[in-house]
Design a protein around this ligand. Sequence first.
Ligand code: CP
Length: 309
Amino acid sequence: MSLANRDLLGIEDLDSDDIYRILDTARAFKEVSKRRIKKVPSLRGRTILNAFFEASTRTRVSFELASKRLSADAVNISSSGSSVSKGESLLDTAQTLDAMQADAVVLRHSESGAPHYLAGRIKARIINAGDGQHEHPTQALLDLCTIRERFPKLDGLDVAIIGDIKHSRVARSDLVAMRKLGMNVRLAGPQTLLPRDVARAYGCEVCDSVEEALEGAHVVVALRLQRERMKSGFLPTLQEYAIEFGINRHRLQKTHSDAILLHPGPVNRGIELSNDLVNGDRSVILDQVENGVAVRAAVLYLILGGDAL
Ligand code: CP
């Protein structure tokens, strides 16, 4: 089924054909990003409103850049400085933006399900840019895009996802997408941050140690500790987390000889990853950022039914 005129609420709503269509289109947009004039007229005259009610650097900037590279008109809204700070509800805010003839609303929100709540209540297409601890679909797509550049055949790859899986919308979107594409996913992290029901539901293996998860892995995804979503009691101390679950050069030796290291950012250096690994030869963290622009351009282009590239 075409992606045109659909919302993107989560990876759950995509099938493997949809995912590969987005990844293939992102490849073409990556080429546009390398040109001296980084712009195509595909979405000229369309209006994209980026409503970010939670902090973001990568996602917000890359959606804005992607919109501009497609020649769309992009407007950014955040809680501070908008009438949300005066108590306006999410639906009233969205209907206000809709009345300005937005074609798409890109929404980041701290509440899981916020984009689903708006879908169908406004005319504009809704694109989920991260909702609470639920999903972050474009992050999973850019992760797959980055992995595919190093390993063209995704089916059968072994992936280790390490850390705060419970609170991570990146982990959920990643593991759902990876399982849809036939990748093998192993999870490791503190027991309190390792939801076994999610692992079971998607056929992921739960490992007793980071070392077990890393053994022979082609891809390692280290997750940010979502301290803003933790009530007390999930972790003893950050130092203890770093000792038991932090990824360092020694632990990375357990992986496949061509293994790559991903992290959605922002990184807590010295906690999830040792400092030397962040910009080391296995790290593809900045490739993820670069691919974020191309993937978000592909999503906007396919959903808004842009003209030929
Ligand atoms: N990966 C990610 O969502 O980063 P930002 O919070 O900076 O957008």
